[in-house]
Design a protein around this ligand. Sequence first.
Ligand SMILES: Cc1ncc(C[n+]2csc(CCOP(=O)(O)OP(=O)(O)O)c2C)c(N)n1
Ligand SMILES: [Mg+2]
Length: 500
Amino acid sequence: MNISIWLTRTKIGGGNFVKKIICNNLGLCSYYHSPTSSTTLLNSHLSNSTIRSKDYGFHRKGTFRFLYSSSSSVMFDGGRRHNATKAGGQLLSENDTENIVFKESQGEEFPGGKIGFTSEMNFLPGSSEKRVQCYRVLDEDGYPLSSTTMEHVSKEVGLKVYSGMVRLQTMDKYFYEAQRQGRLSFYMTSFGEEAINLASAAALTSDDLILAQYREPGILLWRGFTLQEFANQCFGNNAGHGKGRQMPVHYGSKNLNFMTISSPLATQLPQAVGVAYSLKIEKKDACVVAYFGDGTTSEGDFHAAMNFAAVMDAPIVFICRNNGWAISTPVTDQFRSDGIVVKGPSYGIQSIRVDGNDALAIYGAVHKAREMAINEQRPILIEAMTYRVGHHSTSDDSTKYRPIDEIEHWKTMHSPITRMRKWIERKGWWSEKHELDLQSDLINQVKNAIGEAEKAVKPQLRYLFTDVYEDLPTNLIEQERLLRETVQRHPQDFPIDVPL
Ligand SMILES: Cc1ncc(C[n+]2csc(CCOP(=O)(O)OP(=O)(O)O)c2C)c(N)n1
Ligand SMILES: [Mg+2]
């Protein structure tokens, strides 16, 4: 039996790389390694007895095994006899086997590609005990990890990301309070998820189109949506872009390439792929970025979007904010997989898990993902691990279904804002004085915006029916007539500040 095995370029310890291993059914096994050319060639002995072996993986020193044709075990006995170790006496590590691509003479050209056969009945495991690790740049104290690869962050970007996070937090705090005082009908905060918001926005260009869920207003903030515009939308006044036709926090901005939020979960995802496909057709130097929560991945639209993006090679970056909760449903009741990141490869999508409370990790991963999506014309999935520190919305009290200690722990020990502040302070870019000035300035700006939005005139009743059709269809003309009649009959049931 002739078998060729290619091992892709893989770090195998000691700074050396295995680039290629070729195995033939020879009686001898020889092995050599060249650190300078980064090439390793292995001619290995393949014995029938070892093909039948059920003992997969590594065992004693000097022997290593590979999975063959997805299930049979092929043992390359590079043991003591043949001295099958790398330069420096190291054995190939278990990780090396993960990158092996097998090609063999047996098998069938099924539609979609050649598949080898096995005599063993093996079911693929549903999940792995070893969870996918999280890419991180800064530790909890804002120190870069010693071995981390980090995208360069300029002082300007670093400070803009940090002050944007504080701006978002301050806006959330005051808008939330305004809702508690009965001045706003509804609100949703992004507490704890400020880094995902601002650092991902910073890694994009303004040409990249955003289709978000609802906990990502920081992207708009980054792009220049003003506090007044946020307040106008939330108060549903005449100056708001939606003229009061949407619930608060359903922002949108054509100028800023930010598609208006819609409440039904995951509906933005297949749409986002369609938009990405249009960018591809037009050969634009831009991608689409679609945001969504962990709970949203249970919707069919998420899966449709992933597959659609993969087969169309659409330039899109999917960013899942895994904050642990979908209102009161914990992730443990949401899926049995190791989160979201593992779902990507099953659709053929390159994926990464990132520490969502580390602004620099998010910045680096999104920057790279954007580059790959555009240059290689393909979708990328990012799972950003975080925690929803606030209640789901103002209609929720999360202390009813999760311990207050847990919330406090994430709020105090894993704050993305504190972590970023420590980093910029250590760089000498930020001080206590800067912080105090920023805070007081922001508080004034937010309070003013709320005051102005509250005073502004409400949209006229007729706007309920405009802006969709050029000529109003007869059913809507009829609905408007009925509405006006009803308001006249029951004026006490309608807000007095809405001009008829
Ligand atoms: C199709 C659909 N089903 C249910 C809801 C009600 N709903 C609104 S938000 C939400 C939870 C979503 O959780 P997740 O996607 O994790 O986002 P998070 O709120 O945690 O940011 C649910 C179930 C909805 N809006 N749309
Ligand atoms: Mg969630």
